[in-house]
Design a protein around this ligand. Structure first.
Ligand SMILES: [Zn+2]
Ligand SMILES: [Zn+2]
Length: 331
């Protein structure tokens, strides 16, 4: 191969990669790699093993424009998937571009020479592989907080075993999102009677209080631009503000006396109970994008083994700003 040559990769090649199969086993992976590479300029035969493919990719990925660009873009600071998609595949639709980027991100970490040296740091690859869920400390001022898309989250954890943040001692809750818009929610559990009296401790797990049934509650994490236009009404569909003591995990529902007070964080919640979902307070519509939540519920970030790269795109919670909210008024 001519060392100076940089090849383009036909866009159809990216579309044909089946991630479900790719993640299945070694033979399936080899099949996918062969389907992708064979026939691409500079590569005219099948690999006989994944190791052979890995070594070849180690030597050759930099000769392919999309990979080369990926390496250049990922060299410095963290970049978002959106940014990668737009810069590497400016001519593809956003969806196709994101898909193509996830192909790059699933192939690149495989590039490895005989000594085990890798071309591309596996950091991102690892992060999205088979995670059980994503958890975050509630403290916006946590020493390890991250800021993205107009919101701040405390330290992030990929295991459910962390009840208290080691950086700031604030409680840690699971994150959920609306996959349509990327809006983020903390999910915790409360006693119904506590909500009724206006103050509730937010538990991390449904079974944390023996003998008492807890209800899940979703707390919308507002972006800086979010504007609450609602009234304080008793209507169960209403979206209402609440305030959390970030040190203790106590929530205050019925008044604004904690507004702006140091150590309190404002979220939005609703007492809406969906049909067939009596055990959770959810929203009738997403506070961010105003879509009905009846069709598509808020979801956790759990990725099941084989789907890891399909989910990679939706798992960009800490890299992607949520899409701009709609201007429409909530009903
Ligand atoms: Zn923290
Ligand atoms: Zn939404």
């Amino acid at each position: 191969m001519n060392q100076k040559q940089v090849y383009e990769i036909p866009t159809a090649k990216f579309k044909n990669v089946d991630f479900e199969i790719f993640e299945h086993d070694e033979a399936a992976k080899l099949g996918c790699l062969n389907q992708f590479w064979n026939g691409i300029p500079g590569r005219e035969s099948d690999f006989s093993s994944c190791d052979e493919a890995s070594e070849w990719m180690y030597d050759n990925l930099i000769h392919y424009r999309p990979f080369l660009q990926l390496f250049e873009l990922c060299r410095g600071e963290a970049v978002s998937l959106n940014e990668l998609a737009m810069k590497i595949f400016p001519n593809l639709s956003h969806e196709d571009a994101l898909n193509a980027v996830s192909v790059l991100l699933s192939f690149a970490p495989l590039a490895c020479n005989k000594k085990g040296m890798r071309l591309f740091p596996a950091r991102m690859h690892m992060l999205f592989r088979g995670i059980k869920g994503v958890y975050a400390c509630v403290n916006e001022k946590c020493k390890k907080h991250i800021e993205h898309g107009g919101i701040s989250l405390g330290q992030i954890f990929l295991s459910e075993n962390q009840l208290v943040c080691p950086s700031c001692n604030s409680p840690v809750y699971e994150l959920c999102n609306d996959r349509r818009c990327g809006a983020l929610f903390y999910r915790g559990y409360v006693l119904e009677e506590d909500v009724a009296r206006g103050q509730a401790y937010l538990w991390q797990y449904p079974g944390q209080l023996l003998d008492q049934e807890l209800k899940a509650i979703y707390l919308y994490i507002p972006t800086k631009e979010f504007k609450w236009r609602g009234e304080r009404s008793k209507n169960q569909y209403a979206i209402r503000p609440c305030y959390m003591d970030v040190k203790s995990g106590f929530l205050y529902f019925n008044d604004d006396s904690k507004a702006g007070e140091d150590g309190y964080r404002k979220f939005y919640y609703s007492e809406f109970i969906g049909e067939g979902r009596p055990k959770e307070y959810t929203f009738q519509i997403c506070p961010h994008c105003q879509h009905q939540l009846s069709q598509k519920q808020l979801s956790t970030f759990e990725t099941r083994g084989n789907q890891s790269f399909n989910n990679l795109i939706t798992t960009q919670f800490n890299l992607e700003p949520a899409v701009p909210e709609k201007e429409k008024e909530p009903e």
